[in-house]
Write a protein that binds this ligand. Sequence first.
Ligand code: OSB
Ligand code: MG
Length: 369
Amino acid sequence: MQLRQVEIFALRMRLRHPFETSFGREDDREFLLVRAETEDFVGWGEVTVSRDPFYSYETVATAQSVLHDYLVPWVLARPIGHPDELGPRFAQVRGHQMAKSGLEGAVWDIYAQELGLPLSTALGGTRQEIEVGISIGIEPTAELLLKQVERFLGEGYRRFKIKIKPGVDYDRLKAVRKEFGAIPMMADANSAYTLDDLPLLQRLDDLDLMMIEQPLAYDDIIDHATLQKQLRTPICLDESIHGPGDLRKAIALGSGRILNVKIGRLGGLSESVQSHNLCQDAGWPVWCGGMLESGVGRLHNVAITTLPGFTLPGDTAASSRYWQEDIIEPEVIVSPRGTIQVPDAPGLGHKVREDMVRSMAHAHWAMRS
Ligand code: OSB
Ligand code: MG
């Protein structure tokens, strides 16, 4: 394929419910969308950055700059045979996985449409339906957390991830266990602890969590290996793994036992498939994480989750959990059994509301070959 134009849109979307983690609180999502076109097809990708460099060093501003000055010119310069070629083509830019992933995702969408296949099938996925869970932020009180869990249990979600931070951890999780019994439950610390917190982290073993996500530093795989040896609860890595290279080392070290696959953090769909394959070889289950995506990123998440190694429910909740109105049609919905139907139309399989995107964007860049 030869792309003839790539556009970048800067969007700000109001969350229906503020989302708080150990690194801060978000009331709005600020991110970029990428629209790529060939003579025959249009593809969409989402750059899952935030306004602030708190979860990752990437922001709206860094991604816009790297896309505009390097990545987009490099894709417009010559034809692409397969989306897997973009990783090597982008390699001279170090890091900036989310920027790379947003553009690569738009190319994958076009590639699947050229084959006449849903994106899921083009990626090698086989499921027609995926099981999903929900990620619940740090609520102001235990009572409000219990209300959230009750509501999402009623909506059918299959797994409950609860954000924790020092001082808002054991007692909160224990309250959920006491109220709701043996529900599938896990915790996400977003790097808020150190090895000095070993006694507290070992106490969490009593709660029979499915896993604890990223308890230690965002750039660590050594202390996580030390911790895993002293915990019964499996560790799931998020922030520490930026692609198949990091993952290979974490597997070798035993830094955890489960991977949270975020397409943006890993550098794209091709890198996510490779990471999934490494995990399958190592016997690590994987699941799809989230970055509070709009409908575009959400549909990419649905597609990757159809691969066979995604054996645990992910964070891909319904559009309506985040947005008053999503930018895709139809929106992503979750059945009362906690499942999402995988689209069977070519590419992303739902329509992107382009007029809405154009009118909402507070900045826009267009580049032609
Ligand atoms: O750590 O998984 C995380 C959201 C923003 C940044 C980091 C994380 C999250 C979530 C929300 O947990 C997942 C979602 O509902 O999209
Ligand atoms: Mg996480």
